[in-house]
Each structure stands twice: as structure tokens, then as C-alpha cells.
Design a protein. Structure first.
Length: 390
């Protein structure tokens, strides 16, 4: 029975994205909503219908842990890099960390200081909203915050971060494009219109068509082979470092190798790499969302915690947008880096797909990598700072 449960849950996570993608191509109104949000909604439904076989957490952990290391290099293979990215990367990172610092400090003064271990919670949030859950978990160990308080905070975070993501992928990025004045009102020439229609048609095509042909399988084998090689090298590169540095070193090396490989023509020629990586992101999305357990939310006694988190998340977004505008960062780079900071790097590719701007992938992943590397240090400093001002 256990084996059947493992198999059923795994097939659910693997096959539901294919069903959703088919439905999105079949029904335009679903396509406007987007497969990411549909899968996130389905994942939350799966996690809260009362069906919790003991095999579920194991499959969830494997699905969320295995898909990202495979997806990141695959999606990087198709990227193009220029020296101009370094300046842009620096600006979005300075903006993101400064925005988190100010938003969390204000949230702490208003609500966080009324919480038990409020400064430590603020430190954990600082690492979580510049790096990710890996930083939050590490900081929880550093501060020895009670496990119950930490789990409740994470449960609230899943809901609030989901609402943030819903806003950003539905109307948020369009609003910021409008606010930044990045919509062109220039009349299109006939040639430009034809090219635009060609690109739209290209985006609507099924990127997985022909994948199971002989040619498609050969390309898939090459993509998976190169990716597994990079994952192995990256894992080996972590051996000289302490175990707590595994994720930071692993992601840094893996992303760097993915960038390096993108400069080789034979790898750039693997045209399906981005879409295969994206399918892994779809699997990650539904598996991650299924971890949200609404039964743990204590709305009556958690008002201060919820308010603290809301100010941290949405305050960071507003301040990041303001600082990026002052630093002359484009709207898409602002939005994708905000997702990297608030939701962590695994969510960057889905934001890139929603915006239909593959060029923003490097900025987003780069911001997330910096967050992974500095999030723990930032969290410790913030906790000490919050203790001082509280």
C-alpha cells in the first residue's frame, strides 16, 4: 500500500502540470490566469483537503529538493550574458537589501516587538526575505527560536507570500511597467507587427511537441546528461566546506557552471533546455504549494505576527520599487529580483515566464544567489539591530 501511495503522489505532481498546460492551450481564459497560479492553487487544495498519507512529506521533499538543482542550469543554458549585467545586478541587490532592512525595522517597531522573541523572528525574516527558507532554517538554529513559533511563522509566510506572488504575476508587474513608463505608444510598422505576431505564435506553440521523437529524446538525453554532470561537480565542490554552507556553495557553483556552459554553442543549441527546466519548475510549484497547511494558522492570536510579515513583504516590495526607480533599474528587473528576495530563487523562472522576458532570468537568479550567500549574515545583524532599537 505504501508503494502505491508513493507512486500515486509522485504521478500526481508529475502529470498534473501536463494536464494544466493542455487546459491552458485549450481554454484562453485559463492561459491568461497562467499555469503557475493554477498549479499553486491545486497544490494548496491538495495540502488542505484532509488527505495526508504518511508518504506525502517524503514525496514533497524529494520533489521540491530535486527539481530546482536540475531546473536552474537547464534554464541558464539558453541565457545570453553581457558585462552590462554586473552594474544592474549590484543596483538591484543594494535596493533589495535596503528595502528589506527598512521594511522589517518599521514592522518590528509597530508589531514585532510585541512578539515573544520578536527580534529573533525579525532576524529570521530578514534572511528569509533576502535569501530563502534555507536561510530561515539556519537562522532558526542560530537563535534557537521555539520550533512551534517558527512553524507558525512559516505557515503565515506561505499564505502572505502567496498573496504577494498572486498580485505580482497577475497585475503587479504590469502596474510597475506602467508606473516606470516602460510602455511604448509608438505606432508599429507592418514589419514590426508581423514580427510581433510571429513571436506571439511562437509563445503559444507547444514547446514539448516532438519531445518523445528520436530527435527529441536525443536532445533530452544531452540536456539531462550535461545537467547531471554539473550537479555532481557542484556537490563535490561543497565537500571542503562546513555542512551548513552546502546550499550556498552548491547553488553558487551550479549557477556559475550553468552560465559558463551557456557560452558554448553546442549547449546553446539545445533549444528545449529552457522548457524542460520550466516543466521542473511546474512540478516544484505544485509540490511546494501542497505543503501549506491552513489548519496551523491562528488568526486570533497571530495578529501581530501577520502584520509584521505583511509589512516586511509588501513594504519591501514598495521600497524596492522606489529605490530601483531612483537607481534607473527597469521594471522587469525590479519585479523579478523582488520575487527572488521574497519568494527565493526557485520562483524566479516562473516570474520570467509570466513576464515573457527570458532576459530577466539572470538578474533574478543573481539576486537570489547573493541573498543565499548573505542572508544568514544579514539576519544575524538585523536581529542585533532590532534588539537595540526595541
Amino acid at each position: 500500500m505504501a508503494i502505491l501511495n508513493y507512486l500515486f503522489i509522485a504521478l500526481l505532481f508529475v502529470l498534473l502540470p501536463a494536464v494544466v498546460l493542455w487546459l491552458c492551450r485549450r481554454f484562453p481564459w485559463l492561459d491568461k490566469l497562467g499555469p503557475i497560479m493554477i498549479l499553486y492553487g491545486l497544490g494548496i487544495l491538495i495540502g488542505n483537503i484532509g488527505w495526508h498519507p504518511e508518504e506525502m512529506p517524503i514525496v514533497q521533499d524529494i520533489a521540491t529538493s530535486a527539481t530546482i538543482p536540475l531546473a536552474i542550469p537547464m534554464m541558464l543554458f539558453a541565457c545570453r550574458f553581457t558585462l552590462n549585467e554586473a552594474s544592474l545586478q549590484l543596483r538591484v541587490c543594494v535596493s533589495g537589501f535596503l528595502a528589506a532592512f527598512l521594511a522589517i525595522a518599521v514592522g518590528y517597531l509597530l508589531f514585532g516587538k510585541h512578539l515573544s522573541e520578536g527580534a529573533a523572528i525579525g532576524g529570521i525574516m530578514s534572511g528569509m526575505y533576502t535569501g530563502g527558507m534555507v536561510n530561515a532554517a539556519a537562522l532558526q538554529q542560530i537563535f534557537s527560536v521555539e520550533e512551534e513559533a517558527y512553524v507558525i511563522m512559516c505557515s503565515y509566510d506561505i499564505v502572505i507570500s502567496f498573496l504577494y506572488l498572486v498580485f505580482l504575476v497577475s497585475v503587479g508587474y504590469k502596474f510597475f511597467r506602467w508606473l516606470y513608463g516602460e510602455r511604448s505608444s509608438t505606432e508599429l510598422t507592418a514589419e514590426d507587427r508581423a514580427e510581433l505576431e510571429r513571436q506571439i505564435a511562437e509563445q503559444k506553440r507547444n514547446p514539448y511537441a516532438g519531445l518523445w521523437s528520436k530527435e527529441g529524446l536525443t536532445e533530452l538525453a544531452k540536456i539531462v546528461g550535461v545537467t547531471l554532470m554539473l550537479v555532481t561537480i557542484s556537490a563535490l565542490a561543497t565537500l571542503p566546506f562546513p555542512a551548513e554552507w552546502f546550499m550556498v556553495i552548491f547553488i553558487l557553483v551550479l549557477s556559475t557552471l550553468g552560465v559558463v556552459c551557456s557560452f558554448f554553442k553546442p549547449i546553446r543549441a539545445l533549444g528545449r533546455s529552457f522548457d524542460i527546466g520550466m516543466y521542473l519548475i511546474y512540478i516544484f510549484s505544485i509540490a511546494m504549494a501542497s505543503m501549506a497547511d491552513f489548519s496551523t494558522l491562528d488568526l486570533a492570536n497571530g495578529a501581530n505576527q501577520i502584520a509584521f510579515l505583511c509589512i516586511a513583504v509588501f513594504g519591501s516590495l514598495i521600497l524596492h520599487a522606489l529605490f530601483c526607480r531612483l537607481m534607473r533599474v527597469d521594471a522587469d528587473s525590479m519585479a523579478v529580483s523582488s520575487v527572488a528576495f521574497i519568494n527565493s530563487p526557485p520562483f524566479v523562472p516562473m516570474m520570467v515566464v509570466v513576464m515573457k522576458n527570458k532576459g530577466a532570468l539572470i538578474v533574478g537568479l543573481g539576486a537570489g544567489i547573493v541573498g543565499y550567500a548573505l542572508g544568514n549574515h544579514f539576519g544575524v545583524v538585523m536581529a542585533k539591530f532590532l534588539e537595540m532599537i526595541g
